[in-house]
Ligand binder design. Structure first.
Ligand SMILES: *Cc1c(COP(=O)(O)O)cnc(C)c1O
Length: 316
């Protein structure tokens, strides 16, 4: 197996991110709940995409790209962080965003306005069309370009969270469970593969905030990332525990998610977002309710960010 250190990374963020105990929530849930502060990754307003972009933009640079494309919904945290990162490393960025979600100049679109980002809305929901449009624009520009998929969730982006699992292993605590949001799949797949490699005995739960099919996407990304690393691992369904927390739909707040956002704010003074981390934390609360966690268990919740989008949602 190769070492993760053999893959070039651009230093975009601040790592390792801290792990803190959530004292009040631990008392309420009768177990030990910790938070991995990937909302503090140090670029833009923080968030999980920074870890992926460190690998992806290093690859773009190595391939001589001058222009970076990516895509997502109108309020994509990933798209905004790609814009922030690309500017920092001297690359042009063009975002092709779907007209799904809040399209007025608020939240991440406001941040992209401040960043001076070239944002173009595309009138399709089909990613194949969007990637074809990137090729058309890139060829017309006549400059070398690099396409980052939605959420940065390809095998290389997934290494960002394999690396995060390695980082957790180095932080001196053992966890029985890790809980994270799953939107495009790379975070969960990387964490699940990383746990297999660096955190044996830790169960990883992916809280699905979109309609998958994550039972296929997750193991596929895990296998592709393992192949990149040359890691010989057999991926079985016990390696990636999935739970549907999507509620009324992707980017549409749910009652359980909003309750979780409020609980975290009131008890711990931390802000989650209703699209990803709130729904994911709602899933953690449901697991606690179902008795999945024992009193002496150590449970780690990944706070994957989402602050940019928080200012564009309407919560009842
Ligand atoms: C993108 C995102 C996620 C989901 O990560 P994926 O790798 O796309 O599954 C979770 N939380 C936040 C805040 C995000 O922006």
């Amino acid at each position: 197996m190769k070492s993760l250190d053999q893959f070039p990374k651009l230093p975009l963020g601040i790592f390792p991110t801290p792990i803190q105990k959530l004292e009040n929530i631990s008392r309420l849930l009768h177990t030990n709940v910790y938070v991995k502060r990937d909302d503090l990754t140090g670029l833009g307003l923080g968030g999980n995409k920074v870890r992926k972009l460190e690998f992806l933009l290093a690859d773009a640079k190595a391939k001589g790209a001058e222009v970076v494309f990516t895509t997502g919904g109108a309020q994509s945290n990933h798209a905004m962080l790609t814009a922030a990162a690309a500017g920092k490393v001297g690359m042009e960025v063009i975002l092709l965003l779907k007209q799904r979600g809040v399209t007025r100049c608020a939240g991440n679109l406001l941040l992209e306005r401040i960043l001076g980002t070239d944002v173009r809305f595309v009138d399709t929901d089909d990613y194949a069309d969007i990637y074809a449009e990137m090729d058309r624009i890139g060829e017309a520009l006549g400059k070398p370009y690099y396409k980052i998929p939605c959420g940065g969730s390809n095998a290389l982006g997934t290494l960002g969270y394999v690396d995060c699992a390695r980082e957790i292993a180095g932080q001196g605590m053992d966890f029985d469970h890790i809980v994270c949001a799953e939107g495009s799949g790379g975070t969960m797949a990387g964490m699940a593969l990383g746990a297999k490699l660096f955190l044996p005995g830790t169960k990883v739960h992916g809280m699905m905030v979109d309609r998958g099919p994550f039972d296929r996407i997750t193991p596929a990304l895990m296998r592709e990332a393992a192949a990149l690393l040359g890691a010989e691992v057999e991926i079985t369904p016990e390696d990636y525990l999935l739970r549907d927390v999507c509620g009324p739909g992707y980017a549409i707040p749910s009652e359980a998610g909003n309750a979780a956002v409020s609980l975290m704010a009131e008890q711990e003074g931390l802000f989650l977002d209703p699209v990803y981390t709130g729904k994911a934390f709602g899933g953690l609360l449901a697991l606690a309710e179902e008795g999945v966690f024992r009193e002496d268990d150590q449970v780690l919740f990944l706070h994957s960010g989402g602050a940019g989008g928080l200012f564009a949602v309407e919560m009842e």
